[in-house]
Design a protein around this ligand. Structure first.
Ligand code: CA2
Length: 146
């Protein structure tokens, strides 16, 4: 069975509970449930993981090797700072799509640059939590083609 990993970085456990004007009112549990339903409709399994700790995210990416057809990853603020996460993605044989709920290009200058985008398969930005769905669909539809 094909498998997708949905990975979220720091503070995203607070999704839907704080700052709804930026991040909306959908919780991370809601996102997990929605993507679970979507992947199941394609006959895929979904694993989810969220951590506020850089090393745990790196461990999770390393463990993803050979287990998944794709990773949908919102790295939170580590997007803009983490060479270590970039190295983990770069050394991984599984494609990663970077997702941002907000439009990072409309926000503070320090959010405009992603350390990770150059080593990711793709990027979805600024479409709210629908971005997770679109990233998952990219893998689901791409793999359907054989
Ligand atoms: O737009 C995104 O998805 C971000 O990855 C979110 C990060 C931010 O540092 C990135 O620049 C863009 C922050 C995640 C914080 O999530 C919260 C959600 C609700 C309430 C408080 C924080």
């Amino acid at each position: 069975m094909k498998r997708l990993l949905l990975l979220n970085g720091p503070n995203l456990n607070r999704l839907g509970k704080r700052e709804p004007s930026i991040y909306g009112s959908t919780t991370l549990d809601d996102v997990h449930a929605e993507i679970k339903e979507l992947t199941a409709a394609y006959g895929w399994e979904l694993d989810t993981f969220q951590s506020n700790h850089e090393g745990e995210l790196i461990d999770c990416l390393q463990d993803a090797e050979d287990k998944y057809q794709g990773v949908v990853f919102n790295p939170g603020a580590y997007t803009h700072t983490s060479i270590a996460i970039r190295d983990a993605i770069s050394g991984l044989d599984v494609p990663v799509i970077e997702v941002h709920i907000s439009n990072i290009h409309q926000r503070e200058a320090f959010r405009h640059h992603s350390m990770l985008a150059p080593v990711c398969y793709g990027q979805v930005v600024g479409l709210g939590t629908t971005g997770y769905r679109l990233a998952a669909l990219a893998f689901l539809e791409e793999n359907k083609k054989g």
